[in-house]
Ligand binder design. Structure first.
Ligand SMILES: O=C(O)[C@H](O)[C@@H](O)[C@H](O)[C@H](O)COP(=O)(O)O
Length: 319
């Protein structure tokens, strides 16, 4: 298990009083038995007791939602603690993969995610992470010039990449001179070259296996540029697809497809804001459905961890 805070056989609730002290976690854990009916595991909202009120959330709740495949690894934070915890976990993964493979491949999304990486550019991570081994990609990108306000590259560059010494050649932005189709083709060709050279690891079915994929989610449940009801949700051949008809501006984009997203070693879903609470509830409940939101199709070979704030998690709480 690569993420550091996976829990075992019970819900574990951690009071906000103790949120910042990782070393104290063990002694402060409190178990709540998971809901079980016979062998069938049913969804039940996260519980909390009077010690912790989500409305006063300034720390975090560690919780694992039990479902048929095991436990969902979910943490609920104040926004500040989300950034602290995300930086800690990313740094752990960076060390692990740098040691194991001599490279750390990270795929970024746009949106508020970049802001939640802010602690990584501060001490102690700024000076202790081996940035020379980082290889940075985009899960999705808007097909606009790299200096355009809508560019995910610009967002990441301004808020993160310009502040750490990742070699420029290890930052794989799209060719913004090309059409969406051309940009997607060239991006996929580059991924294939990097898989061949083992810069990017390979999954058992020959797909690129990113060490860490950092995903955000829109209120409609979209991830990457994979939107509800869009045909690209079912794209199983391409690694990188293009679209000219994004329901959200800008219309022209490229995006990793689900086979690539789901080949990852680690996926961090970073979701904040009450506007996302319904999609989060749908994603974390354990009901059988046929019409899945894009976020519900995120099911990596490796580890999936949810970083939520109290707004995004609000429909999971049960007073
Ligand atoms: O390309 C886009 O339209 C955005 O990048 C989008 O996919 C974003 O990542 C999510 O909507 C989450 O964004 P927030 O975290 O800012 O809500």
């Amino acid at each position: 298990m690569a993420f550091s805070t996976t829990l075992s056989t019970s819900y574990i609730l951690q009071s906000n009083l103790f949120c910042a002290q990782k070393s104290n976690q063990l002694s402060l854990r409190k178990s709540i038995l998971p809901p079980q009916i016979g062998n069938k595991i049913v969804y039940q909202p996260l519980k909390h007791n009077k010690v912790f009120s989500p409305n006063r959330c300034v720390g975090k709740i560690n919780a694992s939602l039990k479902w048929e495949k095991g436990y969902k690894n979910v943490e609920v934070f104040s926004k500040e603690h989300l950034a602290v915890s995300l930086a800690y976990d990313v740094a752990q993964l960076s060390n692990k993969f740098t040691k194991e493979r001599g490279a750390f491949t990270v795929a970024l999304s746009g949106g508020s995610l970049i802001k939640y990486l802010r602690k990584l550019v501060e001490s102690p991570y700024a000076e202790t992470i081996d940035w020379s081994n980082w290889h940075v990609f985009w899960v999705d990108e808007r097909v606009v010039p790299k200096d355009h306000l809508e560019s995910n590259y610009k967002l990441a560059s301004d808020g993160f990449l310009s502040k750490v010494p990742i070699p420029p050649l290890n930052v794989y932005s799209i060719d913004d001179a090309l059409s969406p189709e051309g940009a997607a083709d060239v991006y996929e060709t580059n991924l294939r070259r990097l898989v061949t050279r083992n810069v990017i690891a390979t999954s058992t079915n020959g797909l690129p296996k990113f060490d860490l994929m950092l995903l955000g989610m829109g209120p409609d449940g979209h991830v990457a540029s994979l939107f509800p009801g869009h045909p690209l949700l079912n794209e199983n051949n391409k690694w990188v697809a293009f679209l000219n008809d994004s329901p959200k501006q800008p219309l022209e984009r490229i995006t990793f497809t689900f086979p690539v997203i789901n080949s990852s070693s680690n996926v961090a879903m970073v979701v904040t804001g009450a506007g996302k609470s319904s999609a989060i509830y749908a994603a974390l409940e354990d009901e059988k459905k046929t019409d899945l939101l894009p976020v519900e199709k995120v099911s990596p070979e490796g580890e999936l961890k949810w970083y939520l704030d109290k707004g995004a998690a609000s429909k999971l709480f049960k007073e």
